[in-house]
Write a protein that binds this ligand. Structure first.
Ligand SMILES: Cc1cc2nc3c(=O)[nH]c(=O)nc-3n(C[C@H](O)[C@H](O)[C@H](O)COP(=O)(O)OP(=O)(O)OC[C@H]3O[C@@H](n4cnc5c(N)ncnc54)[C@H](O)[C@@H]3O)c2cc1C
Length: 476
């Protein structure tokens, strides 16, 4: 039987002496400086299995491939997929024990836990081009959001996609009339701009763009700050307005969704198109010299082309570039007996008090994320935070008790993920030019979300760009 610790009170927390506090690292300490650390608190726990992890320690190849790819995140897998389509041989070297990089899902005690709350925007063009949405069994959020402010939960409906939504939106006191008018204007301007045009718009901070578009401070604080702060992992909205406009356009043209089997189903689908022996797990690339890759342990691998598809900090280490700054986030998962909100919508912290920026009852969107009779609550706190899980969990529950009453005391903490490098920081200037070169020097290529934009789409697009560059160069 699995027994768990319940927070009956944010300050007393778990019965002392009974709780096991387990710290796991995905790889050996020192393997990668930008690791994901996760901790869970349970009196007993089951080993988490990663959805999408390939069985076996490694899946080595015997002959030298034409191309070596470092990293089996979305960028590396997308690159591999395009090389496979062109029938060019390659091998992917991955430091972790499974594929997916920042997009992985753990099975834990009957729940599916994505390693940090994240979603697929179905309008992403590269995702549409590359993924089979039907096979992913996408489950969609109800358009709109709840926002907590003025001591109550307020609903922002999306009038374009909610039956009867126009009268509800106009009557709602969430945003003044002028803010609603400006949303309308922004939406129609971005829908009629192409993505290429958006990435050529003058770049400034998202906040400056919103202020100059005339949005009220109140509406920015109650809606844009927690909503886009949660997507860009930037509570101050300092990120590039180009990224904000791109995401806004995607939101207005499609749905927010998760695959029924967790976000890890996305890399798993990409990997299913690759040759069976093309990914070597638990293998860390230590250094790169010309067309030779040295692995931790001393083994050397050579290929005609090497594609570094590592995360920004990891790639910088290998190719000798300056390390990009990171956006970080902490995700807490709770099991609840009842969902605290009535609809499968994002819930925002619109008053700004307390650690929680946003949360979703993810099992309301995709019931397969939780066992029958349970709700899975995914809470996002921006940054990695200095507090222990017990301390931060206590603050989260205190905030949720303020919003939902004592029922939040019975939420059971399942696991938390602290992700120091969740996204590259994209301040104004970072997307100028919008796409960074994938050719670094002869035979060496780079891809990853740091080459395009910090998203699932940007990562896959950069993987395709790198594959196209490799194919062009190899055919010369
Ligand atoms: C919590 C969170 C929330 C997010 N939310 C969203 C969202 O809602 N929507 C969205 O579109 N995007 C979101 N993102 C961003 C998106 O997940 C990333 O942009 C994308 O997954 C990056 O893919 P990548 O392949 O570029 O890098 P990664 O996924 O980081 O893959 C790089 C891989 O390289 C491996 N590696 C690194 N160095 C080495 C080495 N030396 N040797 C061998 N292997 C190495 C790593 O282990 C890793 O597997 C979110 C990210 C996080 C973490």
């Amino acid at each position: 039987m699995i027994r768990r610790a319940y927070w009956s009170d944010p300050w007393t927390s778990i019965p002392r002496g009974k709780a096991q506090l387990s710290n796991h690292r995905l790889r050996q300490p020192g393997d990668l400086p930008h690791d994901i650390h996760f901790t869970h608190i349970c009196l007993e726990h089951r080993v988490a299995a990663s959805v999408g992890a390939l069985p076996g320690e490694s899946r080595g190849m015997t002959t030298s491939p034409d191309v070596l790819i470092v990293g089996a995140g979305l960028a590396g897998l997308a690159c591999g997929r395009h090389l496979a389509d062109a029938q060019v041989s390659f091998q992917i070297i991955e430091a972790a024990d499974g594929i997916g990089g920042r997009v992985r899902t753990d099975e834990f005690d009957g729940f599916l836990l994505d390693r940090g709350f994240q979603v697929l925007l179905t309008a992403y063009p590269e995702a549409q081009r590359t993924l089979d949405y039907h096979a992913l069994e996408l489950k969609k959020f109800t358009p709109g959001a709840f926002s907590w402010f003025a001591g109550r939960m307020n609903k922002l409906v999306d009038p374009w996609r909610t039956p009867g939504g126009w009268s509800e939106a106009l009557r709602s006191d969430f945003g003044g009339f002028l803010d609603k008018l400006r949303i309308l204007r922004l939406r129609s301007r971005l829908r009629s701009s192409s993505i290429d045009q958006i990435f050529k718009h003058p770049e400034r901070s998202t906040r400056d763009a919103l202020v100059s578009a005339g949005f009220s401070e109140e509406f920015i604080h109650r809606f844009f700050r927690p909503f886009f702060g949660g997507i860009l992992l930037d509570g101050e909205l300092k990120s590039s307005s180009r990224m904000f406009e791109f995401v806004f356009k995607m939101l207005s043209e499609g749905d927010i969704a998760v695959p029924a089997r967790g976000m890890g189903a996305i890399p798993a689908q990409l990997a299913s198109h690759l040759p069976a022996d093309s990914i070597r797990l638990n293998t860390h690339a230590e250094s790169l010299h010309e067309n030779e890759l040295t692995l931790t342990g001393g083994e050397s691998l050579r290929a005609r082309a090497i594609v570094v598809a590592a995360d920004g900090p990891g790639a910088a280490h290998l190719v000798g570039e300056a390390e990009p700054a990171s956006r970080s986030v902490t995700c807490f998962y709770f099991s609840a007996d009842e969902p605290p909100v009535p609809h499968p919508m994002l819930v925002l912290n619109g008053d700004g008090a307390g650690p929680v920026n946003n949360f979703a009852v993810i099992s309301q969107i995709a019931p397969s994320y939780a066992p029958a009779g349970k709700s899975l609550v995914s809470v996002s706190v921006l940054g990695t935070q200095q507090l222990t899980d017990q301390q931060l969990g206590g603050f989260i529950i205190a905030q949720m008790k303020n919003w939902f009453g004592t029922v939040a005391s019975s939420w059971c903490h399942l696991k938390s993920y602290r992700i120091p490098h969740a996204q590259p920081q994209q301040l104004p200037g970072a997307l100028e030019p919008p796409q960074r070169a994938v050719r670094v020097r002869p035979g060496i290529y780079l891809c990853g979300d740091h080459r395009d934009n910090a998203s699932i789409d940007g990562a896959m697009l950069s993987g395709r760009r790198a594959a196209e560059a490799v194919l062009a160069d190899l055919s010369r």
